[in-house]
Design a protein around this ligand. Structure first.
Ligand code: GLC
Length: 647
C-alpha cells in the first residue's frame, strides 16, 4: 500500500509518475515536525535493517552514519563523506521476516539529511530546511515487495542498446585519432573483447559541448565509421556547462534565447569548469531541455550511438564571486581584521569549488516563477539527462541510445544509467562499488557500474583484475582513469592473457546478464539483491554485505582484498561453485550450506549457482555483435528451467 502526504508547497520533481491521491492527516508511522523546517523521526529496533539511498557511501545497511542528499562533485570518497553524486531519498526498513516492511520516499529536491542511527543509535531522523515536500509511505509484506511498489510509481527503468553490455575502454587523455586507434588495435590484435572506446573532453574543441576538434578529427563521421567497421562504438562525453565564447553557436543561441541560469540581478551566472568560464543551461525548463537535447543531433548524425553526461551536479570549480570572497577573506587576514587558525586557511580555500554560496547565486525559472538553485539542486543532472533522453526519443525513435550520467535524482533511471563517479584505485572502492549495486537497483537504476581499476591515483595490476572480475557482472563494464595517473589499459601490464580471460567471461555471460537486466527493467525488480531479500529467515545471510544475488540464479562473491588467493563465503543453502578457469574450462563443484573458503586466482572468475537453477552461457566473442547464440548452453541444474529473453 502506498500513501502520499503533502507538506507545504512541494516542488513537482516528476520523480513519481503514477497518480496517487494525497492522504489527509499525518502518516501513522514516525513523528513529523514542520515547525522548524521538516523532520521525520522513527525509532529503530535493534534488528531493523535500513536499506536505500541509492548512490551513497558506506554499507548496504545504511545504519550508523549520516548521509546528506546533495549531488556533489567530490572525488575523494573516504568513509567520512556524507554526499556522493546522486540524491536518492528512498529508504526501506526491513524489521525481519515476520514484520511488515516499510518504504519511505521523501520527494524533495534540495539538501536533505538522513541521520540513520548516527546521533542516536536507535533513531532515524530525516530532515530538511523547508517543510515543502511529498512523503510517500509504502507498506508491504517484504523488502522485495516494497521495492516493487516503489519502482511501479517511479516508472520503468532505462534500457540501453545491447552493445552497451560489452566492455568499454576509457581514459581521460585520449585526444587524437591515434590514441583511439591504438586502443582498438591493441584489443583486436590481442583478442581482448571490446565494444566501446570512450571519448573524454579532449575530443572537443576547447572543451565546448557539441564541438569536435576538427584539427585532430577533420572528418569525424568517417572516423566514427572506421571504428564501427571494427565493431567499436565511440562514446563521447557531454558536460553541463556551456563555454562562454562569442561566436560559439551553442553559447550564442542559449544566450539569445535566455536559456542560461541567471543571478538575482538578471545577468547570466558564470562559473569556471573545464572550458573556463561557462553558463549553465536551465535544464528545469522544458524548452531548454528541448533545445539542449537537439544539440546531440550533430553527434548522432556523425554516427555516435552513446554518450555520458558529466559535471552535472553541476560541478563548479569557482565563480568570480567566490574567488572575490576568498580574496577579501585573505586580505582581511593580512590586514589583521580577521584572525584564523592554521586549518581555516586550507578549509577556506578548499571550499571554493562546489560551494553552497555559489549554489545560492543563481536561479531557475519554473512555471514562470524564479526558484533559487540550491532549493532544486538535486534535480539539475537528472534534468540534463532527461533532455538527452527526450531528444533521442524524438530524433531516433527506433533506436536505443546509450546514456549514463554522473549526477542523478530519483526518476532519472527512466532516462539513463549512472556511473559511480570519480572513485580511486583503492581496494575499499571495489567493495563500495559492490555495495552500491543493490541500493541503486532499489531506486530503479539498472545500467550502473564504477570506473573499473579506479579513476584517481595509480592502480595495480591485481586491483584492476579483481575489479574487472566484479565488473564482469555489472551492466556498465568500463575501465576508466584520470589523466596523470598510471595508465591502466590491459596492455600496460604483463599478463594480457589474464585480461583476455576475465573480459571473455563477461562475453560468455552476456545472454544471461542481458536477459536478467531486461527482466529487472520490465518487472520493476532488482538485478542485484542483498542476500537478506531471498533468505529473510537466515540471520547470517541478513547481515552479509560482500556477497550479492544476481537474478534468481546466481550469487556473486568477488575478492576485494590485496594479495588474497581467495575469500571466505557464506552459503545460505547448498549451491554450485562455478569457476571459469584461464584454460577455458569450467569447474563446477557442489558445495554445502555454511561457511566456506574459496580459492580464486587473479585470473579466475568464480561465482555460485543456486540449487535448482541454471544459467545460459555462450562462447566468447570479441564484440557483442559477434556472439553466436548457436553456441548457447546451460550450466547448473539440467532439470531447471530458465526463461531467456533477448528484447
Ligand atoms: C570528471 C569525470 C571524469 C572525467 C573528467 C574529465 O572528473 O567524472 O570521468 O574523466 O571529469 O572529463
Amino acid at each position: 500500500m502506498i500513501q502520499k502526504y503533502s507538506f507545504g508547497t512541494p516542488f513537482e520533481t516528476e520523480a513519481v509518475v503514477a497518480p496517487i491521491p494525497v492522504s489527509s492527516g499525518l502518516p501513522a508511522l514516525g513523528q513529523i515536525d514542520t515547525d522548524h523546517g521538516f523532520s521525520f523521526r522513527l525509532a529503530l529496533s535493534p534488528q531493523d535493517i535500513v536499506y536505500g539511498l541509492g548512490e551513497a557511501n558506506r554499507g548496504i545497511d545504511k545504519r550508523g552514519h549520516l548521509y546528506i542528499s546533495c549531488c556533489a562533485d567530490d572525488p575523494i570518497h573516504t568513509e567520512d563523506k556524507h554526499s556522493l553524486y546522486g540524491a536518492h531519498n528512498f529508504l526501506l526498513i526491513d524489521s525481519g521476516p515476520d514484520a511488515e516492511a516499510v518504504g519511505l520516499f521523501f520527494d524533495y529536491p534540495g539538501e536533505m539529511t538522513f541521520d540513520i542511527g548516527y546521533s542516536h543509535r536507535e533513531q532515524l531522523c530525516v530532515c530538511c530546511k523547508t517543510a515543502d515536500l511529498y512523503l510517500y509511505l509504502i507498506t508491504g509484506k517484504s523488502a522485495s515487495d516494497i521495492v516493487h511498489q516503489f519502482r511501479q510509481i517511479i516508472g520503468p527503468s532505462y534500457i540501453p542498446p545491447k552493445f552497451a553490455f560489452g566492455y568499454g575502454q576509457s581514459r581521460w587523455g585520449y585526444a587524437a585519432p591515434e590514441d583511439f586507434r591504438t586502443v582498438a588495435q591493441q584489443h583486436r590484435e590481442n583478442h581482448i573483447p571490446l565494444d566501446m572506446i570512450y571519448m573524454d573532453i579532449d575530443y572537443m574543441e576547447d572543451f565546448k559541448d557539441f564541438t569536435v576538434n576538427t584539427k585532430r578529427f577533420p572528418d569525424f563521421a568517417s572516423f566514427v565509421e572506421e571504428m564501427k567497421q571494427q565493431n567499436i562504438r565511440l562514446i563521447p562525453i557531454v558536460d553541463a556547462g556551456v563555454k562562454i565564447e562569442p561566436g560559439y553557436a551553442v553559447y550564442e543561441e542559449g544566450l539569445a534565447k535566455g536559456y542560461f541560469c541567471k543571478k538575482e540581478d538578471g545577468s547570466e551566472f558564470e562559473a569556471c569548469v573545464w572550458p573556463g568560464m561557462t553558463h549553465f543551461p536551465d535544464f528545469l525548463r522544458p524548452e531548454v531541455r528541448e533545445w539542449f537535447g537537439n544539440q546531440y543531433k550533430c553527434l548522432l548524425d556523425a554516427g555516435i550511438e552513446g554518450f555520458w553526461n558529466d559535471m552535472n551536479e553541476p560541478a563548479i570549480f569557482f565563480s568570480a564571486e567566490g574567488e572575490a570572497d576568498l580574496r577579501q577573506w585573505m586580505a582581511d587576514i593580512l590586514a589583521g581584521k580577521t584572525s584564523f587558525h592554521s586549518f581555516a586557511l586550507s578549509d577556506r580555500s578548499k571550499s571554493l569549488p562546489n560551494s553552497p554560496e555559489d549554489y545560492q547565486r543563481f536561479y531557475h525559472v519554473v512555471d514562470s516563477k524564479r526558484i533559487r538553485h540550491d532549493r532544486v539542486h538535486n534535480l539539475y543532472g537528472c534534468c540534463m539527462t532527461r533532455a538527452a533522453s527526450e531528444a533521442f526519443a524524438r530524433l531516433c525513435p527506433d533506436k536505443r541510445i546509450l546514456m549514463f550520467s554522473r549526477a542523478s535524482y530519483i526518476g532519472m533511471h527512466r532516462y539513463g544509467g549512472i556511473w559511480m563517479g570519480d572513485n580511486m584505485s583503492w581496494w575499499s572502492h571495489l567493495l563500495l562499488n559492490l555495495k552500491m549495486l543493490p541500493s541503486l537497483n532499489m531506486c530503479g537504476f539498472l545500467y550502473i557500474g564504477a570506473d573499473l581499476g579506479g579513476f584517481g591515483c595509480d592502480t595495480t595490476e591485481d586491483l584492476l583484475l579483481r575489479w574487472l572480475a566484479l565488473g564482469v557482472f555489472t551492466p556498465l563494464m568500463r575501465n576508466h582513469s584520470a589523466a596523470g595517473t598510471r595508465e591502466q589499459e590491459f596492455y600496460q601490464f604483463d599478463h594480457a592473457e589474464d585480461f583476455r580471460h576475465i573480459i571473455s567471461v563477461r562475453y560468455r555471460l552476456i545472454p544471461y546478464l542481458y536477459s536478467e537486466y531486461l527482466k529487472a527493467a520490465k518487472n520493476d525488480a532488482m538485478m542485484f539483491r542483498p542476500l537478506a531479500f531471498a533468505y529473510p529467515q537466515d540471520r547470517i545471510a541478513r547481515k552479509i554485505e560482500d556477497q550479492l544475488l544476481l537474478g534468481d540464479e546466481v550469487m556473486i562473491a568477488p575478492v576485494y582484498t590485496q594479495n588474497a588467493d581467495g575469500r571466505p563465503v557464506y552459503l545460505p543453502e547448498e549451491m554450485l561453485l562455478v569457476k571459469f578457469l584461464p584454460d577455458g574450462t569450467l569447474l563446477q563443484t557442489p558445495v554445502p550450506a555454511g561457511y566456506l573458503f574459496i580459492d580464486v586466482a587473479l585470473n579466475e572468475v568464480a561465482f555460485f549457482i543456486r540449487r535448482g537453477r541454471k544459467i545460459p552461457v555462450v562462447d566468447a566473442a570479441e564484440c557483442v555483435e559477434a556472439l553466436d547464440m548457436r553456441t548457447l548452453c546451460y550450466i547448473g541444474d539440467p532439470k531447471a528451467t530458465y526463461e531467456l529473453i533477448d528484447e
